[in-house]
Write a protein that binds this ligand. Sequence first.
Ligand code: HEM
Length: 474
Amino acid sequence: FMKRRKKWSRYPPGPASLPLVGTMLSIDFHNPHHSFGQLQKKFGNIFSLQNCWTNVVVLNGYKTVKEALVRKSEDFADRPQFPIYEHIGYGKNSEGIVVARYGHVWKELRRFTLTTLRNFGMGKKSLEERVVEEAGFLCSAIKAEEGKSFDIHILMNNAVCNMICNIVFGDRFDYGDETFNKLSRLFQNSLDEEAGFLPQLLNVVPILLRIPGVPQRAFRAQKELMDFIDVIIDKHMKTWDPAYTRDLTDVFLKEMEKGKAAEENGFHYSNLRLMALDLFTAGFETTSTTLRWALLYMLLHPEIQSKVQAEIDKVIGRERPPTMKDQASMPYTNAVIHEVQRYGDIAPVGLPHMTYRDTELQGYFIPKGTTIITNLSSVLKDETVWKKPNEFYPEHFLDANGEFVKPEAFLPFSAGRRACPGEQLARMELFLFFTTLLQKFTFVLPEDQPRPWEDGHFALTCSPHPYLLQALPR
Ligand code: HEM
């Protein structure tokens, strides 16, 4: 490695590398964005790490991340390999979308996802109507708590997961459903399995995964989750009638029918099951976690909650369900939701990218095949951009006249070719769920409860530590 560094005289600097483990001991993998923040102070916005013998470059701050992801979008559009997922079926020619290598099949599947999501928005019952309906069910379940202290985690998961279920499988789970509770636990456990030192090590030294029993033990929940999706997909295939389109799975099955050309474009059974898993993992926990942060901040800042409610009362009233059209007339609520995403910082290190070709960034040389970490946290809390980066301050998104503004450094969905394709759906869910909840309830911290922690628990996403709240009907 030292020899290689000499050859690449303009390779980014970084901490000293130890034999075998490289720089892995310099990073707290349960809190990587904090470790990256410290290294950024020492080495600047672009620094290098070495996970055993894998070269990693970490990009920090708005200017650097934007330049890489937007201006040099294709150079940074690839993904590294993730051997830890191979035991559930990811591999050559079956990569789904999230961890797919940059290329023809990924482009086809991404286009398919974007088009299908858009078409569902325009179907018989639009996605918007379905979110509003689900928000109504969520309110009924919250009302049933009768103002007592409770943890909203599972209910919120249930509501948001139902949206993805609806899109992918045309179905939903009733609140309290035992199967859903199991699914929700599996999700959490599978995220926890992917955090920390071990999965990082297994990804860069995949031979360790060949030790009998290692993947099964280390990633038990992940495997159970995949089995769960497989059962649903198989049932779906058995009940499929090509004359009707129930959901995204049916649209995919229709593509598969088109034969060899479609198969070469990635439309085959392996990708169907992996895409379904991808959409679940990428689209459910992220949005649900953001909404849990939103309620936590409302508990901590009752004055902000009151201002949102005043705006809801003025624009929507207490009875009519909110619509996306209302958003344009609700700058304060919109600003609060954006600030929840900025300050909540739920995907602090995004997803790993990989350089698709040799490239240069701000005078540094980064060779093809280097793993790239986009430190989104350093963008959302960039001191050169945000007035109060480490405070919950909705005014970041309001101009002097109280109109909504969106600074360019607002990148919770990342940017460029791999930017989140679910952004529009997520935005709609955040707005409609949040306004419906605050229209119907005031959320307060129970008197006997300690002030909830503002720092999160990192397991790919950063989620709030468990907290209780009371929902008082308005
Ligand atoms: C990727 C954030 C909701 C589907 C991503 C990435 C981020 C992100 C940071 C990584 C982008 C990159 O690699 O640079 C979020 C946040 C959400 C959210 C903060 C909610 C608040 C959703 C939803 C869906 C979704 C609702 C699906 C319907 C995906 C997919 C990818 C992705 C498929 C992989 C894209 C690719 O590799 O081409 N998301 N996401 N996300 N997200 Fe989301």
